[in-house]
Design a protein around this ligand. Structure first.
Ligand code: DX5
Ligand code: ZN
Length: 222
């Protein structure tokens, strides 16, 4: 599977959000990661569907990867499907019915993702195979950008990759939190193929260079 770089808008300058999206697309981003927080499932607030509506009206063909850190998830799945999200991922802890939530995402037209927190076992996937298109491994605890990468996430990615390979499903493996040019090679080697990066792109003054360096490290797998 081709490797996708997904800059996280949480680290962008909100006073000129649309221009930040344009800049990061010009810099070579494949997908825009869109972190939705509700001050309930996580102790922070970000943005909601009206912001995506507005961005989609300017960036109609750009795929948006919506990471829902909200509880309950159901009404937000519907709202973001309507806004035109390409991927919608949910934390299984945030819903009484993960299986139904994934079906709801797919029936709304987006690809469905399951997010695994640092403290959550991959066994949560056991009863959901066939219902998702994406596994998102959190390499920080969700809620804030700019946190330190949790090193043992690399072996969790490797374990998830083995689980995916041993089954006959077309599933992407995404990693989110503290991803940088320093660890992206080992994450790629472990089997990740979609990389969320907030501060390590938006925190630099040359987004193009940051993304190019990440792609080289992914290819070199070191
Ligand atoms: C954290 C979010 C991440 C975050 C990543 O809860 O899910 O997507 O924005 O930001 P960095 O790359 O700065 O850790
Ligand atoms: Zn995220």
């Amino acid at each position: 599977m081709n490797h996708l770089i997904a800059p996280s808008l949480l680290a962008a300058d909100f006073s000129r959000l649309g221009d930040e999206v344009q800049r990061v697309l010009d810099a070579g981003a494949d997908v825009i990661h869109f972190d939705v927080m509700d001050n309930h499932y996580v102790p922070n607030l970000s943005f909601g569907p009206v912001v995506l509506d507005s961005l989609k009206s300017r960036f109609e063909d750009t795929p948006f990867d919506v990471h829902l850190m909200v509880k309950p998830v159901e009404s937000m799945i519907d709202a973001f499907s309507k806004s035109g999200a390409s991927y919608i991922s949910v934390h299984p802890e945030a819903t009484e019915h993960p299986d139904a939530a994934l079906k709801r995402i797919r029936s709304g037209g987006a690809k469905a993702g399951v997010v695994i927190n640092p403290g959550t076992s991959l066994s949560v996937l056991d009863s959901l195979w066939g219902e998702f298109d994406l596994v998102l491994i959190m390499s920080v605890n969700p809620g804030f950008g700019g946190q330190k990468f949790i090193e043992r996430s690399v072996s969790k990615v490797a374990q998830a990759s083995e689980m995916i390979k041993s089954r006959d499903f077309d599933v992407r493996l995404e990693v989110d939190g503290g991803v940088s040019v320093q660890n992206i090679g080992s994450l790629s080697k472990a089997g990740a193929d979609m990389f969320v990066a907030g501060s390590s792109i938006f925190g630099t003054d040359d987004y193009g260079r940051a993304i190019r360096e990440m792609r080289s490290a992914i290819e070199a797998r070191v």
